[in-house]
Design a protein around this ligand. Structure first.
Ligand SMILES: [Zn+2]
Length: 315
């Protein structure tokens, strides 16, 4: 089933499907899977569609890179120094061009804990101002959690803040490629960014877009904002190709289905529950059976329902 869904992009049709039970697809590497060329010059190492753990070394999000004739741009530093090293090894296999910029898709551990490796090489690191704020507030906790699950995989990892920040848009022209780094608005995380390459009709969407696994609603996630950002800012760009924050590269319709449609459905269910006078304890059990095919359903469905109830209670 999932292989069929992935086959919408011919260039990636040979990739394995997603299942959170698959412990590792690339045992020779710290990476969970070997990068694939999604469209010409854009590669992505697809992370496990499972929570971070020892088996996937914390590589449970997508680590992408864009190759140009004037250098390489990396999207996400990865959850550890070792993952950054492993991704760099893969970049060297496809190009002699140096990495000139690393972008953190937000302030979460798997976007930024590998920053130290890149900073030591003198590479600039870009993030949204709110992501840097999140790193300042939560990175001690993030690195400790990573050290617990990753064990020796954490060796060498330290927290390094991005040295370049932006608020709305950061435009890059490199090797004739125009790359728009956007903050479309609050979505999964306040500091979410999207890397949009209009000439190639591709968006490296980060955590505004999920595929193949259930999205997590965090305590600080504003789901009404996420829906609004999606409708008003993401849809008008209408990318043909989407590399989501999690799950295989696909198209806009597919990430809409598993991100936007899920949020709208969950909010409708919780809204009806509140209308009926329902409480938080009951909110955990609203019907989410439509989404059981998604990986991490068991870990997240009830938790998400509780968080959306807490958000909607005040609306
Ligand atoms: Zn993520």
């Amino acid at each position: 089933m999932k292989n069929l869904l992935v086959a919408v992009i011919a260039t990636t049709a040979s990739m394995a499907g997603a299942s959170q039970d698959i412990v590792d697809q690339y045992p020779q590497s710290e990476l969970y899977s070997k990068p694939v060329e999604v469209i010409p010059h854009v590669y992505s190492a697809i992370g496990a569609t499972a929570p971070p753990g020892f088996g996937n070394a914390g590589h449970n999000n997508n680590l992408s890179f864009i190759v140009t004739s004037e250098g390489v741009i990396v999207v996400n530093a990865g959850a550890s120094d070792k993952l950054a090293v492993a991704l760099h090894d893969e970049i060297r296999k496809v190009t002699d061009q140096p990495v000139v910029l690393v972008i953190n898709e937000n302030g979460q551990g798997h976007a930024m804990l590998g920053n130290g490796y890149w900073a030591d090489l003198g590479v600039d690191i870009l993030a949204h101002v709110d992501a840097v704020e999140e790193i300042r507030e939560t990175s001690d906790n993030m690195i400790q959690r990573m050290q617990v699950y990753s064990k020796t995989g954490a060796d060498g990892t330290r927290v390094v803040e991005p040295n370049i920040t932006f608020e709305d848009e950061y435009d890059i022209s490199l090797g004739g490629v125009n790359i728009r780094v956007l903050h479309l608005g609050s979505a999964h995380d306040p500091g979410d960014i999207q890397v949009w390459i209009p000439d190639w009709d591709l968006m490296i969407a980060g955590d505004i877009a999920f595929h193949e696994r259930m999205l997590p609603v965090f305590a600080h996630t504003c789901t009404s904002c996420w829906i609004e950002t999606w409708e008003e800012k993401l849809e008008p760009l209408a990318p043909t190709y989407v590399i989501p924050g999690h799950g295989h590269p696909t198209n806009l319709a597919q990430v809409r289905r598993y991100t936007y449609d899920y949020l709208v459905d969950l909010r409708a269910k919780i809204g009806a529950h509140i209308e009926d006078g329902g409480d938080l304890a009951g909110a955990y059990y609203v019907d989410q059976s439509k989404w059981t095919n998604l990986d991490t359903f068991d870990e997240l469905a009830t938790r998400n329902a509780g968080r959306v109830y807490e958000e909607m209670e005040w609306e």
